[in-house]
Write a protein that binds this ligand. Structure first.
Ligand code: AMP
Length: 220
């Protein structure tokens, strides 16, 4: 398998970010994680961050035109010419409609829309225990991942923290947003023959093997 051009769909906590990082390592494709880009912008108080913060704090979606512009700029960069993995975009039909002309512009077509599924009780358990590295965005879990107990990122030494929107009271709101605005994308990509549904229940290696199988790649 050569150049990879995929989008990840699926509810928050299904494992998109974790699996996207594996694909980045295996294929050397450019990982565009819109949530991570927005959180960094908020930390740096950039103009994008100042626009986005109110939405992130409520678990709402940042407006489509802001996101489409952000991703269009990112995909035009040189490093994305050797493949890309979109994690967290598109999240609405309007964003998916915005992505199509962008890809045409740069002459790249999508290979697959990988949708990782998991039931709500699994998602709630994962998100409420999730810890994120402040510096590199690596993901840990306080129960499933002994490394998280040190409070420091094993990869870069950065401080681990709990995202505001991973607090229990915010999770239900994000799941509602997912169901109403993002879940319809499954049908959108199914109609285009690109949807690959992946069972997200199990440990990260099990899910990784399913993702690699769905892509026709060997999971080593
Ligand atoms: P994530 O890290 O993917 O869970 O995203 C965290 C938050 O960033 C979301 O709850 C939204 O507020 C915002 N966000 C990330 N990606 C998008 C997107 N494609 N469209 C709108 N908002 C987004």
């Amino acid at each position: 398998m050569g150049v990879l051009r995929v989008v990840f769909l699926g509810p928050p906590g299904a494992g998109k970010g974790t699996q996207a990082k594996f694909l980045e390592q295996k294929f050397g494709a450019c990982l565009v994680g819109t949530g991570e880009i927005l959180r960094k912008a908020v930390r740096e108080r950039s103009p994008l961050g100042r626009k986005a913060v109110q939405y992130l704090d409520r678990g709402d979606l940042v407006p489509d035109h802001v996101m489409v512009k952000l991703v269009a700029e990112r995909l035009r960069a040189r490093d994305c010419q050797s493949g890309f993995i979109l994690d967290g975009f598109p999240r609405t039909i309007a964003q998916a409609d915005g992505l199509e002309p962008m890809l045409k512009d740069i002459g790249l077509a999508l290979d697959s829309a990988l949708c990782i599924q998991a039931p709500n009780e699994v998602i709630i358990q994962r998100l409420s225990g999730r810890r994120t590295c402040k510096v590199c965005g690596s993901l840990y879990h306080v129960v499933f991942d002994p490394l998280a107990r040190a409070g420091k990122c094993d990869r870069c030494g950065g401080e681990l923290y709990q995202r505001e929107d991973d607090r229990e009271e915010m999770i239900a709101a994000r799941l509602r947003v997912y169901e109403s605005q993002t879940a319809p994308l499954k049908e959108y990509y199914c109609r285009r023959g690109l949807l690959k549904e992946i069972d997200g229940v199990g440990n990260v290696e099990e899910v990784r093997n399913r993702v690699f199988r769905a892509l026709g790649a060997v999971a080593t």
